[in-house]
Design a protein around this ligand. Sequence first.
Ligand SMILES: [Zn+2]
Length: 322
Amino acid sequence: MSAELAIRGGTVVDGTGSRPVRADVGVSDGRIVEIAARVTGTREIDAAGRLVTPGFIDIHTHYDPQVLWDSSLSPSCWHGVTSVVAGNCGYSIAPTRAENRDSLFRTLDKVEDMRFDTLAAGVQWDFETYPEYLDTVQRRGIAINFGGYVGHTPVRVYVMGDEAYERVATDEEVGRMAAIVRDSVLGGALGFSTDRAGFHIGDGGRPVPSIVATEEETQALMCAVGEAGRGIVRHGRRGPVPGRRLAAHRGRVRILTGGVMSPSPAASSVLAGLDSVRAWQEDFYRGLHQHPELSHDVLLALHMDQELAFEHDHRFVAWMSV
Ligand SMILES: [Zn+2]
């Protein structure tokens, strides 16, 4: 059989857990049509000495600004990543009013190690809302798949201005923030993200706005995702996310927590964390989905430090199938 494209001579790791095999891969009409010892194609790629794998999805990135000047999203694309999720930790770059752009860049400079001058040179501000931002991304074009959360920090600054760094919001302001989150998700955001870990310092050496927010505010914004009827909440918190209000949205809000992220994770504490989250969930919020986010650095550290693969632990399998 001859395919439009044959990737030949590589070692196929198909992502199912099967052993790697030497095989050719045929692609026609954008789909894999054959995996066999010998496949020929109208066009052929020599993959000898290389791995041939499905594309990787990187669920935790901060490409929100970079996508506006680097459509290839390097270096992720060099590593086989074909889909990225941006806007993590509460840091999208929309919605942002003109008067708050520099402040946002100063916060990103501190929190995410993006240099202010690079951001100022690279971001052309032809958007204000999150849906307008996505339109801009699409108009500029992109080599790999891109999606993002709308972030707590810019949403708060959009409503409260610089006071977002200083004070608790009024009920009226929380209502406006919730409407923005809902409209952003309905306008294409993958969900809502926040940073509640408590250690991030932003513009002017002040705690980032999402940390200044009360738990009530945070839950109201998480519930806005439930009201939109789709989307994911990425909650930068170690351990389970509290909140009776969320119970009303059980089954409609999926939450990724930062619960297993740690500078030097030990497998035992990770799994203990999973157990405690599960027990808590079953105890009170049955049916409200929470998944620990397993970042590549955690997995890499585990593989280097411990002879433990998550997928071989029944607790992990049970957890991820919730
Ligand atoms: Zn992050």
